[in-house]
Design a protein around this ligand. Structure first.
Ligand code: GLU
Length: 442
């Protein structure tokens, strides 16, 4: 066929192909979280003795899956989204970790989140490996039925990699009980039988667990309480500042408030507010529900992001996304204790600055492990078809997190390390011992 040289062939308009979230390979390269994880492994390696020789297994994900998730939009068009599921390590048990729906999700980010799950599950000694998944999408731009189709197609695409004894997804940023219900249903329909234990964080009516919704925030509170005890800080009359008011931030805020700690500042992606006399978490929750933002809550003053990080408070709780406290703002932090409700919110350079300044950092792999701990309880309950009371769940969670804090704090004191390095020592020893005992096959 002859093409007239004056007519140029049609150019694919890549940026126009999907107005919801462009493929990640068109976005500027972002290796941040994975590079941070590699640095954290470098820092723990000298403490691992002979097991350190096996540490290379920790910097290589076991398997990585990237899938295309095409869905029919409500207007009849087809849109494509990029999805991932990563198994980082399964030496100690099936993969376990959440699914994140966010327009900024990339493969290196999901790799880091999966690796942090391996470390977290080993640090608190729940019998899981580490996994994570995500879809590169802004879920707020989708209708409910589009969100359902996205969830079901993504679940079908990763279906062969998950299962109650293989890899058990759960909620993470922008995913919730309804999304877990759709995931459970899709996987069960494809398998031909109902398997409630394929995901955790489900609604109660589908084998969910009492206490799961608040579990991450509760774990944040328990570890903060233990750190305060260690530092001789009384909770009553203390102050906290929280970044993020999603599932984690809101639950933590309520528990701090109940124990007499004033919530003085809250930052979300849409602004920050301050009230030195304390913000009522319930009133803030209702205000956000009504107006979509923290800004304008009666009785509060607006804060810039820079001012938020400088908040004078005993506790600073980043409970949103990665890389929030960096070289740029770590020197401004005035809090005594940072509790990482989010995964990866403090960079290694910031860790060094905070350590030098005497700010205690309770690392993500310990501080936010309450969520996966109650996910473990949910999985056990689904398997045994016998369900526990909320009181029993909360008591078991409190005990497990208190003991994990004490064990990791003891390693930090004995070896003279940060809590993060201590948590990594405990976790890496468990993972590498399992690896060594299992040996190589085939
Ligand atoms: N997404 C949560 C986390 O980052 C919970 C994961 C789970 O329950 O499996 O720990």
């Amino acid at each position: 066929m002859l093409i007239s040289p004056t007519v140029s062939p049609p150019q694919p308009m890549l940026a126009d192909m999907n107005t919801y979230a462009a493929p990640s390979y068109l976005a500027p390269e972002r290796l941040g979280p994975w590079a941070i994880y590699l640095e954290q492994i470098e820092r723990v390696r000298p403490w691992l003795g002979a097991l350190g020789e096996l540490a290379e297994t920790l910097i290589r994900p076991k398997r990585v899956l990237m899938v295309d998730v095409p869905i029919r939009m409500d207007d009849g068009r087809m849109a494509h989204f990029e999805g991932y599921r990563v198994h980082h390590n399964t030496a100690r048990g099936p993969g376990k970790g959440g699914v994140r729906f966010h327009p900024g999700v990339t493969l290196p980010e999901v790799m880091a989140l999966a690796a942090w799950m391996s470390i977290k599950n080993a640090a608190v000694n729940v019998p899981f490996g580490g996994a994570k998944g995500g879809v590169r999408v802004d879920p707020h731009a989708l209708s409910l039925s589009e969100l359902e189709r996205l969830t079901r197609r993504y679940t079908s695409e990763i279906g062969f990699m998950i299962g109650p004894d293989r890899d058990i997804p759960a909620p993470d940023v922008n995913t919730n009980e309804q999304i877990m219900a759709w995931m459970m249903d899709t996987w069960s329909m494809n398998a031909g039988h109902t398997a409630t234990g394929v995901v955790t964080g489900k609604p109660l009516a589908l084998g969910g667990s009492l206490g799961r919704r608040d579990a991450t925030g509760r774990g944040v509170f328990v570890t903060a309480r233990e750190a305060a005890r260690q530092c001789n800080i009384a909770l009553a009359g203390s102050r906290c500042a929280i970044q993020g008011f999603g599932n984690v931030g809101y639950a933590a805020a309520r528990l701090f408030h109940q124990h007499g700690c004033k919530l003085v500042a809250v930052q979300t992606s849409k602004g920050a507010v301050f009230n030195g006399a304390g913000i009522d978490p319930e009133k803030l929750y209702d205000h956000i529900k009504r107006s979509g933002t923290v800004s304008g809550l009666p009785g509060t003053d607006a804060l810039s992001s820079d001012e938020f990080w400088r908040t004078d408070a005993e506790f600073l709780i980043p409970a949103a996304l990665e890389e929030q406290i960096t070289r740029a703002n770590a020197g401004n932090v005035r809090a005594k204790i940072i509790v990482e409700g989010a995964n990866g919110p403090v960079t290694p350079e910031a860790d060094d600055i905070l350590n030098e300044r005497g700010v205690l950092v309770i690392p993500d792999v310990l501080a936010n492990a309450g969520g996966v701990t109650v996910s473990y309880f949910e999985w056990v309950q689904d398997f045994s078809s016998f369900f526990w009371s909320e009181q029993e769940i909360n008591a078991r969670l409190d005990r497990l997190m208190t003991e994990a804090y004490a064990a990791i704090a003891a390693v930090a004191a004995n070896r003279g390390t940060s809590l993060r390095t201590a948590a990594y020592i405990v976790a890496c020893e468990r993972i590498l011992q399992a690896r060594q005992l299992r040996g190589l096959y085939p």
